[in-house]
Design a protein around this ligand. Structure first.
Ligand code: ATP
Ligand code: MG
Ligand code: MG
Ligand code: MG
Length: 469
């Protein structure tokens, strides 16, 4: 069996041998890009090279980039634990051409690597092209020999990529693997394409236009290539499973949470173990790259990820903080490829332990309140925004944690009500300050408080909060 580590190495070697510069992953915090919360694709570190703002010392490159999709435009947080193919943290394998080769070579390399080097059965593969991209259609026919009905024309933005409202953009081709008819889901472009049967493994982006502000689209003088393949998804294919959580790496992490909690990892517990394993990775890599739990911004995304996993640890009956005890397993699996994990191990463990210790002080009471509230609700009902807000404000439950907690019972949350309660609290806090005589400094304080979200629970009510329920 090829391990996940073998597959990463083999990908980089293939493109390295074909003249690409092998570039190490950039950190998860994008530098020079305040608009982006986390690096969420392999091309992000090369953005300025694609726009022409920077020149690169090499014309082609390859990398396995750390990505987080748990906030902003790409947010897969809600999928984790419930689809077989989404993670909050994952690695994106990619090859890039900065004005060097274009469509033909990109398709050629993708096809050669997966069907030639890796021996994946072409009979299981489907490619998509943007509906007007005849050039890509013809190249797929010629290079892969796929029958016409397995080169699917797609008219949606799934097959047209753009960096933003202006700048480089172009059609893309995606490669899907059919895991077989024992899994629910339809081919790309069909109404049930979101199932886990046909899994998108690789996206090839053909940057050929430069979008102008007025709506004009010009040809780029030297078209470029950006590709992205999910390492965990291709590992699943190569390890003979449709399920990312069944690959070697996740099996190890899940076995560890099973043994530390003394629980079965299947049946009702399955989603909990998956969430814990996934979120452990995301949290550890974020801490290693310098993010710490906080009440706003990136730190709050990290806190949400951590607390969400911690609720699942509690559900499994963990009597003591769990997450920090799993870091060794993770560094064992990924520390060679990402030495920063090993360097940061003590910090990761301490951060997880502190957060879990502090959250556990209010978690059980919050869940009691939640249970009482939903006792007589039935499927499809909605928890009041006020209760969701109380859970947030008094018990430190991030909104999406409450949502996740209700999911198993098919209940929703009144988001608008939650936002209104939040607004009301801010307004009340403002009003309470009126008349103290120092208007100017108060305004500044509230601006800061609002910007940094200081109303979120920070731990001090742990003792005071006793008996509130
Ligand atoms: P999907 O449609 O399955 O959500 P996507 O179209 O959002 O995937 P892209 O933005 O095209 O994904 O990213 C390139 C590749 O990265 C995908 O083909 C897939 O293999 C992988 N990938 C994307 N999102 C995730 C995720 N949340 N977890 C694991 N791998 C992912
Ligand atoms: Mg997606
Ligand atoms: Mg997609
Ligand atoms: Mg895609």
């Amino acid at each position: 069996m090829q391990t996940t580590n073998d597959i990463r190495r083999s990908f980089l070697e293939y493109f390295g041998d074909n003249g690409h510069e092998v570039v190490p992953s950039s950190p998860l915090i994008p530098h020079n890009d305040p608009t982006l919360m986390f690096v969420n694709a392999g091309m992000v570190p090369f953005k300025n090279v694609f726009t022409g703002a920077e020149t690169s010392a090499y014309a082609t490159a390859t990398s396995s980039q750390k990505c987080v999709r748990a906030g902003g435009k790409h947010n897969d947080l809600d999928n984790v634990g419930y689809t077989a193919r989404h993670h909050t943290f994952f690695e994106m394998l990619g090859n890039f051409s900065f004005g060097d080769y274009f469509k033909e070579q990109a398709i050629y390399h993708a096809w050669k690597l997966i069907t030639g080097e890796w021996g994946i059965d072409p009979g299981r593969l489907t490619a998509t092209v943007y509906h007007t991209d005849d050039e890509a259609f013809d190249l797929w026919r010629k290079i892969s020999g796929l029958p016409e009905d397995r080169i699917i024309r797609i008219a949606t933005n799934d097959n047209f990529w753009s960096m933003g409202d202006t700048g480089p953009c172009g059609p893309c081709s995606e490669i899907f693997y059919d895991h077989g008819d024992h899994i629910a889901g339809g081919p790309p472009g069909s109404p049930d394409e979101d199932g886990d049967r046909f899994v998108e493994i690789w996206n090839l982006v053909f940057m050929q236009y430069d979008q102008q502000a007025g709506g004009d689209r010009r040809d780029l003088p030297s078209p470029s290539i950006d590709t992205g393949m999910g390492l965990e998804r291709i590992a699943a294919v190569m390890q003979g499973t449709h399920d990312n959580y069944e690959i070697d790496l996740f099996k190890t992490l899940i076995a560890e949470s099973g043994s530390l909690t003394g629980t079965a990892t299947t049946g009702d517990n399955q989603a909990s173990h998956r969430v814990i394993a996934d979120h452990l990775r995301a949290a550890s890599f974020l801490v290693a790259d310098g993010v710490l739990p906080a009440n706003e911004g990136r730190g709050y995304v990290l806190r949400r990820i951590m607390r969400r996993a911690m609720r699942h640890a509690h559900l499994l009956g963990a009597k003591d903080p769990l997450m920090h005890r799993m870091v060794g397993s993770l560094t064992g699996e990924m520390g060679n490829a990402f030495p920063e994990l090993i360097r940061a191990k003590p910090l990761i463990e301490e951060t997880l332990l502190r957060e879990e210790t502090s959250f556990r002080r209010t978690l059980a009471n919050g869940l009691k309140l939640l249970d009482a509230e939903i006792a007589d609700m039935s499927e499809g009902d909605t928890l009041s925004g006020e209760t969701a807000f109380k859970l947030y404000d008094t018990y430190g439950f991030p909104y999406d944690l409450t949502e996740d907690a209700l999911r198993a019972r098919a209940l929703g949350v009144d988001r608008a009500g939650f936002d209104a309660a939040m607004e009301q609290q801010k307004a009340a806090a403002r009003a309470a300050w009126k008349g103290s005589g120092d208007q100017a400094s108060e305004t500044v304080w509230f601006d800061i408080a609002e910007k940094h979200g200081s109303t979120e629970f920070t731990g001090y009510t742990a003792e005071e909060g006793e008996g509130v329920v």
